[in-house]
Design a protein around this ligand. Structure first.
Ligand code: SF4
Ligand code: SF4
Length: 442
């Protein structure tokens, strides 16, 4: 006979072995710090590698120098759908790990909390808005100006770096460096970077986890996907009497909850700090940890051996949500394969019946040549039938197109025609756009 343990807090805890040598570092929190550092590093260097930027002027994304427009429907929509469904799969299985392991707001806030602890030797609540909602631990009255100077300087440095990185997502890095080197537009640049840095400074100095706990809507969205089976911190209720109430776990919690009472809908971000605190403390006492990560849907057989219940809701959810994300992923791949690296629009010049303009944009970072041709109107009525043009990388040209002697040769009425652009080098592709030349009777 075997029993399915419904309440995660009643799952028998594994016996912990003492950690020695390198194994001491193989802990969930070590992996978390590596993930957090990697995410922050990638976010910081990304705009300067040229791999990703946002062009605010045109509202376009720049991926490795290639422009992605909102009209690149099969790239934009499936990409976001894939992100949403992929994220939902992660939330279903691992809970709010995004907040605890990857979110830059949380990582930077933790970094400043660490500085508060190291410089002032006080709990993180000694500085910031969290003092309003949590029991503050006052700063000692003998805090010297050197400690304040060190703390403010480091937080200002982090804010300034964040300001430069953030600006790099919207202003081409080459332009930032040239503005700094030549002093051109330096004033505006400093306003942008200074403005972002000031907001960041305010955030890191005062707000930090107050944002996560009381303002950010993202945790709410993640809650929708939590179920009984989602990974969570579990307290071994069968050994409640062994808890000494040392509060190490409570004090280590980033989001100020009591890890001994982590129900499904708490704000726990699965950071593992409390688990490690209890593991370390229990190890000293020679007893198994009272806190550990658990999924539900685990079977414990009569011999006390644990088996993952493969039909548990979380696995089903993972399969369903994971499978759904394959649909946008396939559409996204289709979008990449069919991506046209140029764009053309044909429009009539306002107020001129016989004048049109062909606007041709090269969406790649390299110069490309194109053949532009007209069809549908008699050759004698157009000022050109075919042209070859070269457009610089990321550039745009406007080709005027005129219909001549329309009244004499074509007469009144509607005369359809079309303009076709074909790429001559790079990825092959063709765009046509139809138009109608209309001549009224008078
Ligand atoms: S309860 Fe534990 S795992 Fe959850 S946020 Fe607090 S410290 Fe992290
Ligand atoms: S760290 Fe462990 S022993 Fe200490 S209060 Fe938390 S659960 Fe109890």
């Amino acid at each position: 006979m075997s029993a399915t343990i419904k309440n995660p807090s009643l799952i028998p805890m594994p016996t912990l072995r003492k950690r020695e040598g390198f194994r001491k570092y193989l802990r969930v929190t070590s992996f978390r710090y590596i993930v957090q550092g990697t995410v922050l590093f990638v976010l910081a260097v990304l705009p300067f590698t040229g791999l990703f930027r946002i062009d605010l002027g045109s509202g376009r994304f720049l991926v490795a120098g290639y422009q992605v427009w909102w009209s690149d429907f099969f790239i934009i929509l499936p990409f976001w759908l894939f992100l949403i469904s992929g994220a939902a799969t992660v939330y279903s299985v691992l809970g709010m790990v995004f907040c605890g392991w990857a979110c830059a707001q949380n990582s930077l806030s933790e970094l400043v909390d660490f500085l508060v602890k190291k410089i002032f030797r006080r709990h993180k609540h000694a500085i910031g808005l969290d003092t309003l909602t949590s029991a503050p631990q006052k700063l000692p009255s003998n805090v010297g100006y050197r400690q304040w100077f060190l703390f403010i300087s480091l937080v200002t440095l982090i804010s300034a770096v964040t300001g430069i990185v953030f600006a790099g997502y919207f202003i081409p890095p080459a332009q930032i460096w040239s503005d700094i080197a030549t002093g051109t537009h330096l004033h505006q640049l400093l306003w942008v970077i200074g403005g972002i840095s000031a907001v960041m400074l305010l955030n890191l100095f005062l707000i930090r986890h107050y944002w996560c706990n009381w303002v950010c809507p993202y945790p709410l969205w993640q809650h929708f996907f939590k179920s009984e089976g989602t990974m969570k911190v579990a307290f071994d209720d069968t050994r409640r009497g062994e808890c000494t109430g040392c509060n190490l776990c409570v004090n280590s919690c980033i989001v100020d909850i009591d890890p001994r009472d982590t129900k499904n809908y708490t704000r726990c971000i699965n950071c593992g700090e409390c688990v490690i605190a209890c593991e370390d403390y229990s190890e000293k006492r020679g007893v198994p940890s009272l806190l550990t990560f658990h999924f539900n849907g685990i079977k414990v057989d009569d011999a006390g051996k644990r088996h993952i219940n493969r039909l548990s809701p979380v696995v089903t959810r993972f399969v369903l949500a994971g499978s759904f994300s394959l649909i946008p992923l396939s559409l996204f791949i289709y979008g990449i394969v069919t991506y046209l690296p140029f764009h053309m629009t044909l429009s009539q010049v306002p107020g001129k019946l016989d004048m049109y303009s062909v606007r041709l944009t090269n969406k790649t970072p390299y110069a490309h040549s194109y053949r532009v041709s007209e069809s549908g109107l008699p050759g004698k009525t157009v000022d050109w039938r075919e042209k070859t043009v070269t457009v610089p990388g990321g550039g745009q040209i406007i080709l005027p197109f005129r219909i001549e002697k329309g009244r004499e040769i074509l007469g009144t009425g509607v005369h359809p025609f079309s303009i076709t652009v074909r790429s001559l080098n790079g990825k092959p592709g063709e765009i046509s756009q139809a138009a109608a030349y209309f001549l009224p009777s008078s």
